[in-house]
Design a binder for this molecule. Structure first.
Ligand code: 5AD
Ligand code: FES
Length: 347
């Protein structure tokens, strides 16, 4: 037993984990050991970020998407998805609301929607930066070409989230249609880093066909890329997609992976995601207690919330931004944490 505590200590000491240790930590049912893993990850986060949790205001500005990922509720073939786009003015009004609520990071997330040309994205980003120079802007709008990423960066975007989804090419093909390229996605991530973005990759836990081997590759990929942010959350089926009848990822495995990622990358920005809050009523709190240090309450107008449904039963779809903001503050306080009113950059 002693030896098992040591393998957890060794993850942090070496910044690495081997394939066998990963499988052991994801399967072992020893309660004390599970608690040791979470405690160690939590202490690591606290050593760097204290008891502060960073909040990001998420603005889901379009659910049009040219892609057809098998897992995603806003894939282009989903005829049941009611499509919407927010205008520049609507996005700016979300930011105004968010700024007053103490948000200092805005995350613009959307499907891969050709309507938002590089020019339009640049206009939106520079106007946000112009009005709120003390705020960070994060983009999460999928794969584009290097020149586009450069233009957004010049316009003032600080961060970019692009989950790699899986670091195993064969697995990638099982999650995505033929026309989507694993190589291109990887290239995007490398370019984003090179350009100077604080870059986030990530994956779903329990996505169909995921194995210990693919998870091991995910962790190795993260080790190579050295992203500033890693977004992971459970896969949750969306009924109108090809994976609509597949099993969801579990809270248990998601929490353990959050802890392992924290130990491997002590200062990484690691969100307790909405998907985690969806599969368990205290999912986000448990995520923070497992080593996460970011939460992303929703700033999208309530009128469109219901429509941005990557997966079923998504939480918070009926709540105003202010409700989510204060709900989140209470939730964090209930576990001894404070939400931080600042940009919350990578340390
Ligand atoms: N369940 C959980 N997460 C999902 N995502 C997309 N569809 C689902 C789903 N059904 C995640 C993907 C994507 C991010 C924006 O949301 O990892 O990168
Ligand atoms: Fe949205 Fe609690 S965080 S209602």
């Amino acid at each position: 037993m002693q030896r098992n505590y040591e393998i957890i200590d060794r993850i942090e000491q070496t910044g690495n984990i081997d394939r066998e240790t990963l499988e052991l930590l994801l399967t072992i049912e020893d309660g004390a050991l599970k608690e040791y893993l979470a405690a160690k990850a939590r202490e690591t986060a606290q050593r760097i970020y204290g008891n502060q949790v960073y909040i990001r205001g998420l603005i889901e500005f379009t659910n049009y998407c040219r892609n057809d990922c098998y897992y995603c509720g806003i894939r282009r073939s989903n005829g049941c998805a009611e499509r919407y786009r927010l205008s520049k003015e609507e996005i700016l009004s979300c930011c105004k609301n968010g700024y007053e609520l103490g948000f200092r990071t805005f995350v613009l997330q959307g499907g891969e929607d050709g309507f938002y040309t590089d020019g339009r994205i640049c206009e939106i980003v520079s106007e946000i930066k112009n009005r709120y120079p003390d705020c960070a802007v994060t983009l999460s709008i999928g794969e584009r070409e290097r020149e586009s990423y450069e233009a957004f960066f010049k316009a003032g975007a600080d961060r970019y989230l692009l989950r790699h989804e899986t670091a195993d090419e064969a697995h990638y093909k099982e999650l995505h249609p033929e026309e989507m390229s694993f190589q291109h996605r990887m290239r995007c991530l490398r370019e984003l880093k090179e350009i100077g973005y604080q870059t986030g990759c990530g994956f779903m836990v329990g996505s169909p066909y995921q194995t210990f081997d693919t998870l091991y590759e995910d962790l190795q990929f993260i080790r190579e890329l050295q992203p500033e942010m890693v977004g992971i959350g459970p896969f949750i089926p969306q009924k109108d997609t090809p994976f609509g009848k597949m099993q969801a990822g579990t809270i248990e495995r998601t929490l353990r992976l959050l802890s392992i990622i924290r130990l491997l990358h002590p200062s990484v920005l690691l969100p307790a995601t909405t998907a985690l809050g969806t599969i368990h009523p205290k999912g986000r709190e448990l995520g923070i207690l497992a080593g996460a240090n970011v939460v992303m309450p929703n700033l999208s107008p309530v009128a469109v919330r219901e429509k941005y449904k990557l997966y079923d039963n998504k939480i918070c779809t009926g709540d105003e931004a202010a409700e989510c903001r204060y709900c989140m503050e209470r939730r964090m306080e209930s576990i001894g944490y404070q939400v931080a009113v600042d940009r919350g950059d990578f340390i």
